[in-house]
Design a protein around this ligand. Structure first.
Ligand SMILES: Nc1ncnc2c1ncn2[C@@H]1O[C@H](COP(=O)(O)OP(=O)(O)OP(=O)(O)O)[C@@H](O)[C@H]1O
Ligand SMILES: [Mg+2]
Length: 339
């Protein structure tokens, strides 16, 4: 891997980038802010995220990737270009770029991603499927004929995949993930307590208070928002049990998808997966009590990958050394590889 090589995990919530032997060099929200009068990009990443809800009319703050798919190709294009310049400057040596994409992305969408990387000055572009990137990033050896199951819970999607011999044997994707959990919390606060809260507050509540395993009435968190009735600032003391109720349906959908995937594992690989357990990656793997809940309800071992949010990006870096052996992750690249 050359030092100019760049790996990108283009996530719904976060963009994580690696560069050469430096490892992860950037991890920022997938947000872009631009001037709507002249379309000039004003900020990307954390700087743009901090503008959410505080922007004047003529500035738009957008998340151009939603639910794991590209909702605005032009904005993704500008965002990738800005991020590549941010990490590599305007260097002479054009980088090779490996981009991790959701497994169900269409050819048109993958082409948009490739065009964006090309626009950012890439010399060569490879695409890799998200579950393969995540499992490589977790340091699992997937070259052998042994089955592994990975569950990546991101902001926009939960991707479940069975991987063996560098390829995806079976996969399932659902749209219940971090963002839908946040929205469920917002809805609950509104219905139950008539309290309006923003996305960022909901996300904080989730990170601080979630307990999916043994929620208690006694552990609480102070949630601040605006009263729907009076229109004034208000606050509510929320307990773990109440939060559990708020996100129960979302949690159930994720558990159910994992259960179905386990049931559909090809028979030859069932034993391997039982032995290896489930590997959880993505930010949603940090949901409080999730691993214990999985062990209890599905009866299978389960662990969260080290550095879970950066796993897929780290996997793109590993992939540079395996461009010839990886099959599934790279087959689309054959169609859309530019020199
Ligand atoms: N400690 C935590 N507890 C619960 N959820 C968390 C925690 N930390 C981060 N998250 C959630 O993880 C999600 C982001 O994870 P990640 O960066 O893996 O997503 P992504 O790769 O951008 O999305 P996708 O893979 O769906 O495109 C967000 O919904 C965030 O709220
Ligand atoms: Mg992701």
């Amino acid at each position: 891997m050359a030092n100019s090589d760049i790996g990108i995990d283009l996530g719904t919530s976060n963009i994580v980038m690696t560069m050469g032997s430096k490892g992860v060099v950037l991890s920022e929200p997938s947000v872009i802010a631009y001037n709507t009068r002249n379309d000039r990009v004003l900020a990307v990443g954390q700087e743009a995220y901090d503008m959410i809800g505080r922007n004047p009319d003529y500035i738009a703050v957008a998340r151009p990737i939603s639910e794991g798919v590209i909702s605005d190709a032009d904005l993704v294009h500008s965002m990738i270009r800005e991020f590549v310049i941010k990490v590599s400057g305007r260097q002479l040596m054009k980088p090779r770029i490996v981009i991790c994409i959701p497994s169900f992305i269409t050819d048109i969408e993958s082409r948009a991603v490739v065009e964006a990387a090309r626009g950012a000055g890439a010399r060569q572009i490879y695409l890799i499927q998200a579950p393969i990137a995540a499992i490589l990033g977790a340091g699992v050896d997937v070259t052998k004929a042994r089955g592994h199951m990975i569950v990546d819970i991101g902001g926009g999607t939960t991707d479940i995949a069975v991987i063996s011999m560098n390829g995806v044997v079976a996969s399932n994707t659902i749209k219940n993930a971090g963002n839908t959990i946040d929205r469920a919390i917002m809805k609950y606060m509104q219905n139950r307590f008539k309290l309006l809260i923003g996305e960022r507050t909901a996300e904080n509540v989730k990170k601080e208070l979630c307990n999916l395993y043994d929620p208690s009435d006694d552990v609480t968190y102070l949630v601040k928002g605006r009263s729907l009735l009076k229109g004034l600032p208000a606050q509510v003391v929320l307990s773990e049990t109440e939060l559990f109720q708020a996100i129960e349906d979302e949690t159930f959908a994720i558990m159910e998808a994992i259960r179905q995937s386990l049931e559909n594992v090809p028979p030859e690989l069932v034993g391997d997966i039982k032995d290896n357990g489930l590997l959880l990656t993505g930010g949603g793997a940090l949901l409080g009590g999730l691993t214990q809940l999985i062990k209890r309800t599905l009866g299978i071992d389960c662990r969260v990958a080290k550095d879970t949010i950066n796993c897929a990006a780290k996997g793109t870096a590993v992939a540079f050394s395996q461009t010839t052996t990886l099959l599934d992750g790279f087959d689309k690249a054959a169609l859309v590889k530019y020199r």
